[in-house]
Design a protein. Sequence first.
Length: 148
Amino acid sequence: MASMKPRRSGETQDAPGDGPSAADARSTAWLRLAVVVLLVLSSITVALDLDSPLRTAVTIAFLAFGPGLAIAGLLALRDPVEQISIAIGASFAIETLVAITLFYLEVYSYELAFGIVAGITIAALAAGVLRAVRGPSRVKRPPEHAAT
């Protein structure tokens, strides 16, 4: 989805085939940082078993956005609205799968469920950081052979 804001003089528009721009990289970095902050705060409140509205607010914010934003960061989406839309659905899908699996295994506890979701989030964040450090992958495809 293209941005509708006017360009300043001397500013060029990214071509569709270009890699992520500096602004996209900054917004992705801010989203990753937000996920890390929410993860750390919610982990502390869960580990200390705080009975506080802060725990509720931070944990709900993390569970609603955290895992999905980490995964959406792997999809190289340029529009923040797309990232947030995918993040909400992906977060709830991951949490539902974790909860159902733990219920079927008859080992459900909110601490274990939270730990698994946090682990998935950390793995997705690490994969996103590795991708950012390595740069875009250049997959070499075999040449297509024409049917004769």
